[in-house]
Design a protein. Sequence first.
Lengths: 463, 215
Amino acid sequence: MNATVEGRLLVRYDLIRAHLTAAAAFMVVSMLGGLSYSFQLHNLYPFSGIEWLSPGRVRLVHTNMAAYGFIANAFIAGLLFAIPRLTRRPILSDALGWVIFGAWQLIMVLTIVGQLLGYGQAIEWGETPIFVDPLVMVGLVLLVINMAAPIVTTKEEGLYVSLWYFLAAFAWTGLVYFMGNYLPQFWVPGTAGAAITGLFIHDLVGLFVTPIGWGLMYFFVPMLLRKPIWSHALSLIGFWGIAFFYPMQGVHHFLFSPIPMYAQYGAVIATIAIEVVVLTVIVNFFGTLHGRAEAMRGNLAIRWFYTGMIFYGITCLQCAFHVTLTFQKIIHFTDWVVGHAHMVMFGVFGFWIFGLFVDLWPRAVGRDWVNPRLLTMHYWMTTIGLVLMIIDLTAAGLVQGFSWASLAPWSESVIASQPFWIARTFSGLLIIAGQALFLYALWITAREPAVTPSLDRAAVEAA
Amino acid sequence: MERFGANFLIAGVVTFLLGFFLQGVMPIITLRKVPVKTVEEMAANPPDSFYQLAEDYPVEFQKVYGEANPQSFAKALRTGRDVYVAEACWHCHSQFVRPVSNEDLRFGPVSTAEEYQNDMFLPHLFGTRRIGPDLIREAGKRSNDWQMAHLYDPRSVNPWSVMPGYVWFFDADRRPQERALALVAYLQWLGSWVQPGARQAAMAPAAAPAPGGAG
């Protein structure tokens, strides 16, 4: 089933399996960190008084492992599958692939240890300790060399949409990482530094996670539905629109701050503009699904992908409103934004990654899912948990924002938030319980001796 | 289907640079004429709270800083900022006052760009979430003792608080150690340059007389 090119395996499933395993492991670390932190807001923090497990430090581990441990590892696994299949060329070097795998996990462990020891950097999403940053830069460059080689040397007639996104992401990721982690830390102080930090917060999602995520969707969705993307024109509009508008909206993270207002207005306008572009991408994918909607029921990977896209649509629509100065007065600094962040990072990219797992894990371990029913339960527990969390945090944000504007004592907003925070913890517990089933399903599928899975069944049928 | 992969790599670099110019470089250009002050310049006139700190905790202060003067204040500010970063205080406390949502009535004068044009804000600590209140106008609002008690056990002074206690800033006898002293000095510095009703004084050159009291 696995083709060879010039005596080398086209797709290295062992490497994919290693990255998927690491992604699942760091997802657990991230979620346990988030859960612990949520207990601080009930004054029931389990590790109270232990310096290196202080809630502030644990929260760094929560966000960083979500972005770099879970999402990045799983995306590398997806790239290791998609790029060789699209280019009919293996990655530059399998050995280099293993070096990158090892280096990336080392970076994750150093990040966790550094942050727990108090060396976290005060750059949102860039809290990787300063002494780990050079290693990350080297790792990213090696990753790009290894992954871009087959795209550059391919003998295919044209480059498919996915590869556009991957190439752009390869150009963006290193630049974004360097800009965000170094400029505000060493060279650009204060307000201008904040503008660059805002750009980094945004570009990490927009220029690293988003293009790789959409690139993988453009690959996996047509593959699983066995039909081409609905409209090539919309693919073009989507790509160039995202490439143009996404990098110029960083300041929208610091609206009403002392950053010059023209930069703030520019960010708001670019943000509203990109929601229109994003709409074209979503229309394109739902156009592709048209006539095959039963796949949402029968194919669990497709169900994860399209649920993620629905969240993407909601989150972008939400963004077009809450980026306006009118909304910002009330919702900035509140749990509304926390809900938004969970919807994007977990509801969209996390869900797409679960879809990747559903399709890739059987290929990687050489065996069909042993108990698909567990996966269905995983889907429903995760989805219901996340929807509850988003509604809860959005509502909490409105309560907090109006409480502050009313000039009620600060204590009022904290006391009024308590019921929402309790609901958030329970929604998190539901999500984590779903992940426990998922991990169990991964494990029982992987531990059996490998047999050739029925790979022609594009993905597992939902039980 | 586009043929040349280089298009997309170049497009990536160009769009990144365009966005970086519009959203990153232009604010730098706008602020280029405001000189960036050093930490020593910012610490040239320690607020009363710092001298008070030396009196409140004489033994501990003597051990860490010797005498209260601009040099020891600069050292305390740096350490305090580092502690603030290490404990990720910025997760739950912002450091800028917005001109909306009655924030000037709650916290104090609206923040201006010049205030942050110094090396104490390298990196800036604006923050994006408030579980606790903004801190950029914290100077002088509460006593050093209140700050110490609050850091050790927040609920001893605010029963409703959800802030963690930082007992490792203190020794077994609950006496403040270097990190507690430095963090309180830092918190009491935040906004000490703003006098009530005299916001422009904040922008006065460092040579100007020190603000007498911290609000």
